[in-house]
Design a protein around this ligand. Sequence first.
Ligand code: PLP
Length: 451
Amino acid sequence: MKDENFLKENNARHMWHPMAHPADSLANPPKIVTGGSGVRICDVDGHETIDAVGGLWNVNLGFSCQPVKDAIAAQLEQLPYYSTFRGTSNDAVIELSYMLREFFAPDGLTRAFFTSGGSDSVEISLRLARQYHKIRGEEGRTKYLSLKKGYHGTHTGGASVNGNANFRTQYEPLMPGCFHIPAPYTYRNPFNESDPEKLAQLCLSALEDEIAFQGANTIAAFIMEPILGAGGVIPPHPSFMPGVREICDRHGILLIADEVITAFGRTGSWTGSRHWGVKPDMSCTAKAITNGYFPFGAVMISDRIVEVFETDTTGRAAIGSGYTYSGHPVGAAAAIACLKETERLKVNENAAVRGDEIFAGLQNLQAKHEVIGNIRGGHGLMCALELVSDLDSKTPIDKPTAAKIYEATYDAGVMVRISGPNIILSPPLVITAQDASDIVSALDSGFEAIK
Ligand SMILES: Cc1ncc(COP(=O)(O)O)c(C=O)c1O
């Protein structure tokens, strides 16, 4: 391992960071994280913080999950790689597919297609949706609908259904045939509607309108996060996702749940779809499936789709998609151990309780600090604070002020994530009540620093 001086001197000099301007990374070198234990991380200077980012929404069980580490080490010893392309499989992935089928049974999802991460899962689900319609003879159903503010990774298909200009503009033209409807985002929306239930209905009407405009028989799927995450943690009214399900059913459109961050307990329910009482046609998973320790993902597929593919006799159901690392045995072994720990610890229950504590703490902070324009949460361990320089005009906070809050919060012992004007909290699901309280106190110090 190179020494501390080497690391600081070379930080951001020889690599480009995802989601960052290279010049900004050079001017403001990133924090160098060198250790992690429990729910805490440690930087190169020895400064320890609670990781209220949870890695990147993925380290749900914290950094010391020994069963997952042991499973990875043992699998590396036994069989470090073999593919699952036609004609071969491996023992770990077979066991995992059995476990996932049981875990996702209440969502009506009974088959897995394995991937190397979230963007891959989204891409596969979009491709399978078109193929499903083609097998059934509805070749014209090729378009996709999604939500503004949604995040579905950065592959070109996923970026095309993404609802945030930051991930689109520099990469256009994107895939044709993708259309977006307004998000149920009460703080800012084109309807100027702040009542969550009314807004949900308006967004559903916009969906109906877009379907009528495009022609239902041209649309393959609607993809949505059950709770929008990277777009700023936007929980919809409980009527929204069931409403989407009903509209999709009525028009023969598949519903893809992008559960890359919401699957495995983060919302307080085992999946985001279950949280809203909805059964999607496909569900994209990744991240916490291995606790972030190995790049891995799975698209879970419903019986409705399974039946069409598995009974096809024309050859059109042959799957022309797959990754070298689909069903990687080390990832599968990590996921088996991770799923067992996730269920043994009932992390969904802790997420619900700790999430309520943090959300209550954020409400107190909002009463105290005028810079907090809007707080969102109340559904497990995913919360956001939207920061403004003026409460009436809702002008988003400037970058230097946000950076000051971030640094002061970090100095006070908590790593948070700044995304545009939002502070996003997505800590491990195993945090204690003390950790939850420490996260809120550190944020309080962060806001005091700009007074
Ligand atoms: C909802 C959602 N979908 C897809 C992705 C992309 O996943 P990955 O970064 O693993 O490719 C993310 C990543 O944050 C996500 O939050």
